[in-house]
Design a binder for this molecule. Structure first.
Ligand code: NAD
Length: 348
């Protein structure tokens, strides 16, 4: 049986949740709630029921799941109100602005015995899934380094995302996705990290950042988000013990170069204007295989399918409280490192 859903916040992402719910095989949309009368009118024009207040949503006994898709600084108060009304909650990312806030939200969920998770929808992106598939299968050996970048050239959107007050900035906006993805591939404990933020187009919040993560098993990850990059760098680059993998653009397939023989008999040197190099000469087909992997299949609607099963007690929620806390801790350490301009030891 479908679970009854209300979406709080009918903006860009709330609109996505509504469209999804209207087609869903597991949830039934009861309506939306938004503080903006224009959004209420928009909902009504599409024959979607709009509640008058959050209290009205919470008082409706039919409501089982609430998806919260409002600006980041308002997540905690609205989520806690929903949890205290014993509604199961999906909150948009970043679920909170601090570890302290998130711990309080998790305690509220546990106290009320309800499911509380966050919408880490980019776990279903096929570029990430291709990287995870290569890492998990070990087809090019153990992965030792991941570089994950996302580059745009339009600065931060001119809405609340550009303001500190509302929890703007790219660490909280895109960083959370890329951090969450890396932590699904590298599962060792984090030893330390270093982060620098950029402010090319916005002095109040970061319009990009560069984050180096050092894991206790010696692996490293580098995450970079930029909104002032007119030439984007590759989306993913991964080094493993027997090869490398790269995705240039998230619409592209993953290219793999697998080393099948480390030693070479004859290396043809590369001639440059100033001399010759064998060290940097490309490999040939005798020692490497070069291929592309098919884009993995993915259905982001599995997020809601899992949520409903978690509510029914049939599955564990995919985005666990532990994942949510780890992601938040990385962001908090990244902000600290950027303010100190220092590598910081990671505290769990
Ligand atoms: P938006 O500005 O387009 O929409 C926010 C909506 O919330 C607006 O309609 C606003 O009127 C409403 N609102 C504000 N405060 C409210 C309150 N207290 N109660 C009810 N409604 C309220 O913003 P957006 O882009 O939709 O972002 C919303 C959330 O979704 C953010 O947390 C953002 O980070 C997240 N988001 C996630 C993804 C993703 O891929 N997972 C993508 C975009 C945005």
């Amino acid at each position: 049986m479908k679970k009854n859903l209300v979406v709080v916040g009918y903006g860009g992402m709330g609109g996505w949740h509504v469209e999804h719910a209207l087609k869903s095989d597991v949830v039934n949309l009861l309506g939306i709630y938004d503080i903006d009368p224009a959004k209420v009118e928009k909902a009504k024009s599409k024959n979607i029921f709009a509640y008058d207040s959050l209290e009205a949503v919470l008082a409706d006994e039919r409501v089982e799941i609430i998806t919260v898709a409002i600006p980041n600084d308002s997540h905690r108060s609205v989520v806690e109100a929903c949890l205290n009304a014993k509604k199961h909650v999906i909150c948009e990312k970043p679920v909170a602005l601090s570890v302290e806030d998130l711990e309080a939200m998790i305690n509220t969920a546990n106290k009320n015995g309800v499911i509380f998770t966050t919408h880490q929808n980019r776990r279903w992106d096929v570029d990430f899934l291709a990287m995870k598939q290569i890492a998990d299968s070990k087809e090019i050996g153990d992965v030792v380094r991941i570089e994950s970048r996302i580059h745009g050239s339009r600065g931060i959107p001119s809405d609340w995302r550009g303001t500190k007050e509302h929890g703007g900035g790219m660490i909280l906006d895109w960083g959370i996705h890329l951090i969450d993805q890396v932590l699904r591939i590298f599962t060792a404990k984090i030893d330390s990290l270093y982060c620098e933020t950029t402010h090319y187009t916005n002095s109040e919040v970061d319009d990009g950042f560069r984050l180096s993560m050092y894991f206790e098993d010696g692996k490293t990850a580098y995450i970079e988000v930029g909104t002032f990059n007119f030439i984007p760098m590759p989306r993913f680059y991964m080094q493993a013990k027997s090869g490398s993998a790269m995705i240039t653009d998230w619409r592209e397939k993953c290219k793999v170069v697998k080393c099948k023989a480390w030693h070479e008999n004859d290396v043809l040197p590369v001639k440059t204007a100033a001399g010759l190099t064998k060290t940097m000469a490309p490999r040939d087909s005798i020692t490497t295989d070069v291929y592309e992997i098919e884009r993995p299949s993915s259905d982001v609607h599995d997020f809601y399918r899992n949520m409903v099963k978690a509510v029914n007690g049939e599955e564990t929620q995919l985005v666990t409280h532990e994942h949510m806390l780890d992601d938040m801790k990385v962001m908090e350490h990244a902000f600290l490192s950027a303010s100190l301009k220092q590598v910081v030891k990671f505290k769990y």
